[in-house]
Design a protein around this ligand. Structure first.
Ligand code: AKG
Length: 420
C-alpha cells in the first residue's frame, strides 16, 4: 500500500514537472509492466523546455524574417514589360518575341545593321556608343563657333517661365546666344533649335559622318524642296528642354550628343490618353503634317492639370557625349539638358517605317490615296515612295519650296538688321 502510495506520488510529481525524458517514461513502464503512452497535453510544455527545440524554433523564425526582409527590400513596383514581335528571317512564317523592360535603355556597340534592323529599328530605342567618338564634330567647341560663326543668325526658343513660357522662335547672332549659354536657371533658359543652320554649312556637315544605321534613307527620294530639313543643331543652357512630342511624319528620330548631358523620357506607343496629347495642330516640314505633342513637362509634370500622366510609363536615362540615340517611330519623347549641351538631331525613313511616314503624308492632305495606282501595294518600298512623290500636286511642291525660302528670308532679314 505504502509502495502504491509512493508510486502514485511519484507519478503526480512527474506530471507536475512535466518531465518527459525517455528515462522517466521508462521507469513508469517498468513499474506497471506496460508501456506508458506519451500524453500530448504533457508533450507541449515539455518541448518548450527543451533547449534544442527552442534553438530550432528561434533559428527558423529568424530565417523567415530575414527572407521576408530581403524580399521586401528587393521588391520594386512592377515595371511595364513590353513584348515586341519580329519576323524570323530564317523562317518567314514565324515571328520571334522579345520581352523588353522599361527599366533601362540598351547601350550597344559593334551592333550589326542586321541586328539593329531586327531588334530596334521601328520598335525599340537604343543608344549606340561607338558611332560618334571618331567624328570631327566631337571637337566642336563654343570657342570655335564663336570665332567662326559668331555673326551668323540662328533661331532659338527662350523662356522666363519654363516650357509654358515659350511663345515664339527668336532669331539672333550665334555669338550673342553663346555668350549667355552659362546663364540657365530652372525656369529661365534658352535653347538654340535651328533646322537651317547646318543645312547652309556644308563644311560643318562634313564633320558629321554617315552612320551605318541611317543608310537607305528614303527621304533622299523626296524632291529637294520638300525634303525634311536634316541635321537640326541643338544647343541648350542648363535646364533647357524640348516639348513632349512625336516627330513630324512619325519618322525615326536620331540625336547625337557632342557635349554636355541630356536626360530623356521615352514613352512606348499606345499612351496618348495618359499623355494628354493635343489634337488637331499642323505644321509644315516642309510638307504639311500633323503635329503630335503634349503640354506636359514630363520632367516637372503638373499632375493637377494632367492627372492621367501619373500612370504613364517611360524609359528614363542619360545620354552622354559620343552617344547616339535612335528613337523609333511612335514613341513620344522629351529631352532635358542637365548641363550646357550641344547635339544634332536628324531623321530617317526606311524599310521599317516608310508606310507610317507615307500614311502621315496622306493624312495631312498632301495627296489623296485614291490617286495611287491599283498596283501600289505590290511595288517595292522605294518605288512606293517615288510614286507618291511623283503624284504630289504641283501646288504642294510649290508650298514646300516657299516655306523653306521664307524661313531663309527671315534669317536674312535679321542678319541685315544687325549693326555692322
Ligand atoms: O534634344 C532635344 O532637345 C530633343 C530633340 C528632339 O526631340 C527632336 O529633335 O525631335
Amino acid at each position: 500500500m505504502a509502495a502504491k502510495q509512493r508510486n502514485k506520488r511519484s507519478k503526480q510529481q512527474q506530471d507536475k514537472n512535466g518531465t518527459n525524458s525517455p528515462s522517466a517514461t521508462q521507469t513508469s513502464a517498468d513499474k506497471d509492466g506496460k508501456h506508458v503512452k506519451a500524453n500530448p497535453k504533457v508533450l507541449t510544455p515539455n518541448l518548450l523546455q527543451n533547449p534544442f527545440f527552442l534553438t530550432g524554433v528561434v533559428t527558423v523564425v529568424i530565417s523567415v524574417m530575414a527572407i521576408l526582409l530581403y524580399l521586401n527590400m528587393s521588391w520594386k513596383p512592377s515595371r511595364m514589360v513590353v513584348v515586341t514581335k519580329v519576323h524570323d528571317e530564317s523562317n518567314p512564317d514565324k515571328q520571334r518575341e522579345y520581352k523588353r523592360s522599361l527599366d533601362t535603355i540598351d547601350r550597344r556597340s559593334n551592333l550589326s545593321l542586321e541586328e539593329y534592323r531586327e531588334l530596334y529599328d521601328g520598335k525599340w530605342p537604343v543608344l549606340i556608343t561607338d558611332a560618334l567618338p571618331t567624328m570631327r564634330a566631337m571637337n566642336w567647341t563654343k570657342k570655335f563657333f564663336m570665332e567662326k560663326y559668331g555673326n551668323e543668325i540662328i533661331t532659338i526658343r527662350a523662356t522666363e517661365d519654363g516650357l509654358a513660357g515659350i511663345k515664339d522662335t527668336l532669331a539672333m547672332p550665334l555669338g550673342l546666344f553663346l555668350s549667355h549659354l552659362h546663364e540657365g536657371q530652372p525656369k529661365l533658359w534658352t535653347y538654340l533649335m535651328d533646322e537651317l543652320f547646318l543645312l547652309q554649312k556644308p563644311e560643318l556637315q562634313d564633320d558629321l559622318d554617315d552612320i551605318l544605321y541611317l543608310q537607305d534613307d528614303f527621304f533622299q527620294l523626296f524632291p529637294r524642296e520638300i525634303r525634311p530639313w536634316n541635321s537640326m543643331l541643338l544647343w541648350g543652357t542648363k535646364f533647357s528642354r524640348s516639348h513632349l512630342h512625336i516627330d513630324p511624319y512619325n519618322w525615326t528620330g536620331t540625336n547625337a550628343v557632342f557635349s554636355g548631358l541630356k536626360k530623356w523620357k521615352l514613352f512606348p506607343p499606345g499612351q496618348d490618353y495618359l499623355l494628354h496629347v493635343k489634337k488637331g495642330s499642323n505644321s509644315g516640314f516642309p510638307l504639311n503634317c500633323f503635329k503630335y505633342s503634349s503640354d506636359i513637362d514630363a520632367f516637372n509634370p503638373d499632375l493637377k492639370r494632367f492627372p492621367r500622366f501619373a500612370k504613364a510609363k517611360a524609359i528614363e536615362f542619360d545620354q552622354h557625349p559620343g552617344e547616339l540615340l535612335l528613337i523609333p517611330t511612335g514613341w513620344f519623347h522629351q529631352a532635358y539638358n542637365d548641363e550646357e549641351t550641344m547635339a544634332v538631331s536628324s531623321q530617317v525613313m526606311n524599310i521599317n517605317n516608310y508606310k507610317i511616314v507615307l500614311e502621315e503624308i496622306f493624312k495631312a492632305g498632301n495627296l489623296k490615296k485614291k490617286s495611287l495606282p491599283a498596283n501600289f501595294d505590290t511595288l517595292s518600298p522605294e518605288s512606293q515612295v517615288k510614286t507618291v512623290m511623283r503624284l504630289l500636286p504641283k501646288h504642294i511642291l510649290e508650298k514646300g519650296r516657299e516655306l523653306t525660302a521664307d524661313a531663309l528670308r527671315q534669317i536674312d532679314g535679321v542678319r541685315n538688321k544687325q549693326p555692322g
